[in-house]
Design a protein around this ligand. Structure first.
Ligand code: NDP
Length: 339
């Protein structure tokens, strides 16, 4: 199902209290979009929009934007809707200790990512749960709204204690501008699977393909300068993906030469993909759906009094910087004055 503005109305939001927990990338854009949508629809009795944030710079920004700012527990007490828009690794502790216990029965919790719902990290019994998950960074959510274009978005209902959750989720999605480009119905499970699969299977395969291609061609005499320009500095890969979105994943091949079209089609159709298929299946079924990845991530993150991931990422960046690609690129960028 693809939901469009005609499938929703703002009236279910009449006189409700809507709390945005957090005022970062997504929260600020969505709160501003909602306020603008309501301002241009004065026929409904405007809901109250509140922001909950720690007292710091985001708190200041929310006040400068003209919102009332409150604490998480206090804000949750009177809220009919809570947009839970803090980082996914922070949300369980914050929600389970301060927000959830203070919500009234039948309130609606809206997440922007399926992760904590699919892995049951939020204690959400007795409340409605919906997902409005923009497929775009917060800055894009705001700029596309202002340009009247809308942004790609997934929506779902995950808990429907009240029986009215879908109507409310669509109403809120309409308000934040998530229906203008057509919102795709997609469950928290599928959103989590696709998101983590892209991060742990598709992009790593691309990173490895580039890294190994670099070493293979370097051994055959190609220079760092030529390789870096040929492979990505020219922005050709970015343009190809742009054409995939505009013209279609396969149809965009027609922009390439006949030599290139034949090379790409015949090789991709003829490749032995058994190892890749096994790797993909393992990532999807064991690491993501089987929960191996979240356990590993949480265990690492909990080490060293909660900053284990920071340390682990430092180690991983250090390891990634030793490849021929990384060393070659560093040299080229320095010589070209790009860094
Ligand atoms: P941000 O990192 O921008 O969120 C920052 C907000 O969270 C700030 O208000 C910050 O307040 C608050 N926060 C951070 N740590 C804590 C804490 N320990 N206790 C209380 N508040 C805290 O988040 P995003 O907007 O990036 O992500 C929000 C949700 O949107 C996530 O579920 C994410 O997966 C989803 N999403 C994000 C996208 C993106 O492009 N970023 C795209 C689509 C979905 P403070 O100033 O006090 O630190």
């Amino acid at each position: 199902t693809i939901y469009r503005p005609k499938d929703a109305s703002l009236s279910p939001l009449s006189s409700k209290t809507i709390l945005f927990a957090g005022y970062g990338n997504q929260a600020r854009s969505q709160a501003l979009n909602l306020r603008d949508t309501l301002a241009s629809n004065p026929d409904i009795s405007a809901p109250k929009i509140l922001i909950a944030n720690r007292v710091d710079s985001y708190h200041e920004t929310a006040i400068a934007d003209g919102f009332s700012v409150t604490g998480f527990a206090e804000g949750a007490k009177g809220a009919d809707v809570v947009f839970l828009l803090v980082p996914d690794q922070v949300a369980p502790t914050l929600y389970n200790s301060e927000i959830g216990p203070n919500l009234k029965t039948g309130a609606l919790v809206v997440v922007a990512s399926g992760f904590n719902i699919f892995y049951k990290r939020l204690e959400v019994e007795g409340v409605d749960v919906g997902m409005i998950a923009p497929r775009m960074i917060g800055a894009g959510v705001r700029s596309r709204f202002l340009e009247g274009e809308g942004f790609p978005c997934f929506v779902s209902v995950e808990n429907n204690s009240s029986g009215r959750a879908l109507e409310m989720v669509l109403s809120l999605a309409l308000g934040v501008g998530g229906l203008s480009a057509g919102a795709v119905e997609c469950s928290a499970r599928d959103e989590t699977l696709m998101d983590l699969f892209a991060e742990q299977a598709i992009w790593p395969s691309i990173i490895v393909a580039f890294r190994e291609a670099y070493s293979t061609l370097k051994k055959l005499g190609c220079s760092d300068e030529a390789l870096v320009h040929e492979m990505w500095l020219s922005k050709e890969p970015a343009e190809v993906f742009e054409k995939c979105a505009e013209d279609g994943f396969i149809s965009q091949l027609k922009y390439h030469s006949i030599v290139s079209q034949y090379g790409q089609l015949s090789t991709s159709l003829g490749m032995d993909v058994t190892a890749l298929q096994e790797f993909f299946k393992k990532v999807a079924e064991k690491r993501i759906l089987g929960g191996e990845f979240t356990k590993e991530f949480t265990d690492i993150d909990n080490k060293g009094g909660g900053n284990g991931m920071e340390k682990k990422l430092e180690e991983l960046y250090a390891a990634a910087s030793t490849s021929e690609l990384a060393i070659g690129e560093k040299r080229v960028r320095e010589r070209m004055g790009l860094d």
